[in-house]
Design a binder for this molecule. Structure first.
Ligand code: HEC
Ligand code: HEC
Length: 318
């Protein structure tokens, strides 16, 4: 507090206490019992003859007031309140908050400590760890991925067995800790409206659906293999090294309708999963990874070598 406000508070507080004392003293000059019948009245008259005596307060009542004044002074000596004076106890809101949050952190560290040595797979099977992780998820992740982790448009559904960045324990830990930048380049200018139309029709068929215009799918497949396969793989199953989603399942980040696919292909998409390692620390990231890992059956071991790490990618996918 600057000098002015310091003195402003001191004057107000001291003035209030002095004022209260003055009021008490000035009303107690007459002693109880001094008042004789017919002596001064307040001048208030009701019903023609009912008057109010100007009697002093009873002694005990008055003493209660003196005691409250004494307590006010004592309080201002012990606790902050009198301008910049910090009080002799050294108490402050900040120090109390710090003591309490230190206690809470120590308790949390003790509670979480029992999960420290476990792997993501073990945590995924541990009901206690899942319970803790669900709370962490509700506080840190649900605003984007939804309280049930099923996501929303633009925010991936984490219960999908095919996560774009991979569903292995290592991949999930890396995603949560380090964050991810998903970049799908815009192809509208390269392919033209017709090209987009045909490739989008072909993409519809990848997830086992009928193309709205089946005649276009042959041309679409050709374009897919020359342009899109570099990232999404020749079969459209995606590439976790680039965060290129699997286009053959029913999970869509943006939507699987023809119009939405056309919009994605024409304009591209960029998306960001923020890094959480600094905010949460290694152990909490691992607990969360255990929870995400538990949401879908573990991925089958890859039958073939992973798709070529997209040397042909036209943009820096990672
Ligand atoms: C500000 C919003 C936001 C928050 C908060 C957030 N995420 Fe994400 N997350 C995203 C977006 C957007 C993506 C998609 C990134 C991309 O498209 O590459 C994503 C991707 C992911 C993925 C990878 C999905 C995939 O398909 O590979 C995982 C796993 C994930 N988030 C987990 C979490 C967890 C756990 C938390 C809480 C610690 C969290 N996220 C908090 C926005 C968020
Ligand atoms: C440079 C690599 C790359 C190329 C080439 C590429 N994509 Fe993508 N694509 C991605 C990435 C990465 C994402 C995820 C973007 C995100 O996370 O926001 C994506 C997302 C998509 C999606 C959205 C999926 C969903 O779940 O909503 C569709 C559809 C898609 N791509 C189709 C195509 C088609 C069709 C082509 C070819 C014309 C193509 N992509 C070419 C990298 C690529």
């Amino acid at each position: 507090m600057s000098g002015f406000w310091n003195w402003w508070i001191i004057v107000l507080v001291a003035g209030n206490i002095a004022g209260a004392l003055w009021l008490l003293l000035s009303t107690t000059r007459a002693k109880p019992g001094d008042q004789k019948a017919g002596a001064d009245t307040t001048g208030h008259v009701w019903d023609g003859d009912l008057r109010e005596y100007n009697n002093p307060l009873p002694r005990w009542w008055l003493w209660l007031f003196y005691i409250t004044v004494a307590i006010a002074v004592l309080y201002l000596v012990l606790y902050p309140g009198f301008g910049n004076f910090a009080g002799t106890l050294g108490w402050s809101q900040t120090s109390q908050w710090k003591a309490q949050s230190d206690d809470a952190n120590a308790l949390a560290a003790r509670e979480l400590g029992k999960y420290a040595g476990k792997s993501v797979e073990e945590l995924a099977k541990d009901p206690g760890a899942i319970k803790v992780a669900k709370n962490l998820f509700a506080n840190n992740c649900a605003m984007c991925h939804g309280s049930d982790a099923r996501g929303a448009k633009g925010f991936p559904n984490l219960t999908s067995p095919n996560l774009s960045w991979g569903r292995t324990p290592e991949a999930i830990v890396a995603t949560i800790g380090g964050g991810r930048d998903g970049v799908m380049p815009a192809w509208g200018a390269v392919l033209g409206a017709d090209g987009v139309e045909s490739v989008a029709n072909y993409v519809m068929t990848l997830s086992g659906r009928a193309a709205p215009q089946p005649a276009l799918t042959t041309a679409g497949k050709e374009k897919f293999e020359t342009v899109c396969a570099a990232c999404h793989g020749p079969d459209g199953k995606g590439n976790p090294l680039l965060g290129a989603p699997n286009l053959t399942d029913e999970y869509w980040i943006y939507g699987g309708s023809l119009d939405t696919i056309k919009e994605t292909v024409t304009n591209g998409r960029t998306n960001k999963m923020p890094a959480h390692l600094e905010l949460l620390g290694e152990l909490k990231v691992k607990l969360l990874a255990g929870y995400i890992y538990s949401l879908a059956p573990p991925p089958p071991a890859p039958a073939t070598a992973p798709a070529e790490p997209a040397a042909a990618a036209p943009s820096s996918g990672t």
